[in-house]
Design a protein around this ligand. Structure first.
Ligand SMILES: NC(=O)CC[C@H](N)C(=O)O
Length: 359
């Protein structure tokens, strides 16, 4: 079935619909990963976004049920140059088309994704509509205007608090749309986790007397979460804190720093990041549209992005608090950045952070 992508700037791309056929409005972003489409589809940080893949052939190793980042697909729509119809891999359990159908997500294939990506790079991220109908200009304008993503975290956070058993450190997790691989990374280190909904007050989190607090990744603009920002403010100084991506941005805002929207974001699995403490460069996975622009006064920069020099990590000068913008739980091939989780383990023991700063 023929379908169109209509961009906010008036440009139209024509291709074919696949997956679940329905109209969808979202923020159109691109991801440069050659693989990892299953993780992208299920990463809750993409909630409200239509993702286009720059790699031309997507779906060739199918979908397996072990590598999900959450229980369902979270993207608003998925755009590919060419979808593989005959996936072949020993772990393949489903094909992309069937998975999108099951998750009621529309796919669009057969458009020039390179041209689309260039437009997004030059113009910046834009809203868009995938539709199989002919829409009038006023319908298009009205649909684009009505779309926003301000309640994204409320949509993807856990509805109820839950626990995961472990014999090691007890971590209170503030869930803003946590990726399963972060939970797996903590489990691997034998941590006990208590996972809280995003709007849990600070007192309730402190009541369990955790060894540390983790601020998760999640969708949307961190500035849309003033309640969470004030909760984090209350938590500062009481326990060791570690944040990833949205958690990092919220931490910066709660300590007096600032965030801004990037023109077209960082989404892919080969973003070079320099750890300024270790003086090493890592290849990292990333998925973010916002970035910390002003560091809080008490924080130092620990990581920078070597493509554009933006902040990729920060650490408190005295307190056991640190965060990263990239995704240390992801393994786009190498697992090199898993050391960030070990850093949090050391920090909860009163190690790493403070020593390093005073040295
Ligand atoms: N992966 C994330 O946590 C993304 C954080 C935030 N929603 C952003 O786009 O910048």
């Amino acid at each position: 079935m023929k379908a169109q992508l209509i961009l906010e700037n008036g440009m139209v791309f024509e291709g074919n619909a696949f997956g679940h056929i329905k109209e969808s409005v979202g923020e159109v972003v691109f991801n440069t990963g050659m693989t990892g489409y299953q993780e992208i589809l299920t990463d809750p940080s993409y909630y409200g976004q239509i993702v286009t893949m720059t790699y031309p052939l997507i779906g060739n190793y199918g979908i397996n049920l072990d590598d999900m980042e959450s229980a369902s697909a979270k993207v608003r729509g998925f755009i590919v140059r060419e979808k593989a119809d005959y996936p072949n891999n020993w772990r393949c359990e489903m094909e992309l088309d069937g998975y999108l159908k099951q998750n009621r997500i529309i796919g669009l294939e057969g458009i020039d994704t390179r041209a689309l990506t260039k437009i997004l790079r030059n113009h910046g991220t834009m809203k868009g509509i995938i539709t199989v109908r002919e829409l009038t200009q006023s319908q298009i304008q009205q649909k684009l205007k009505a779309f926003h993503n301000k309640n994204a975290v409320a949509e993807v956070t856990t509805k109820e608090m839950y626990q995961i058993e472990g014999n090691g450190k007890h971590i209170a997790v503030m869930d803003f749309g946590i990726k399963e691989n972060i939970i797996r990374s903590f489990k691997k280190r034998d941590c006990k986790l208590t996972v809280f909904p995003a709007d849990t007050p600070a007192e309730e989190i402190l009541k369990i007397n955790p060894d540390g607090i983790f601020l998760s990744n999640g969708p949307g603009d961190p500035k849309d979460l003033p309640g969470v920002i004030s909760t984090i403010k209350t938590l500062i100084g009481k326990k060791p804190i570690f944040g990833i991506c949205l958690g990092h941005q919220l931490l910066a805002l709660s300590m007096g720093g600032n965030t801004e929207k990037l023109k077209f974001g960082h989404r892919g699995c080969n973003h070079p990041v320099k750890d300024l403490l270790e003086r090493k460069v890592y290849i990292t996975s990333q998925n973010h549209g916002y970035v910390v622009t002003d560091l809080p006064e008490d924080m130092i920069k620990t990581h920078i992005n070597l493509n554009d020099g933006t902040v990729e990590g920060m650490m408190h000068k005295k307190l056991p608090i640190f965060s990263v913008q990239f995704h240390p739980e992801a393994c786009p091939g190498p697992k090199d950045t898993a050391y960030i989780f070990d850093r949090f383990m050391e920090l909860m023991e009163g190690g790493f952070a403070c020593q390093e700063i005073t040295a």
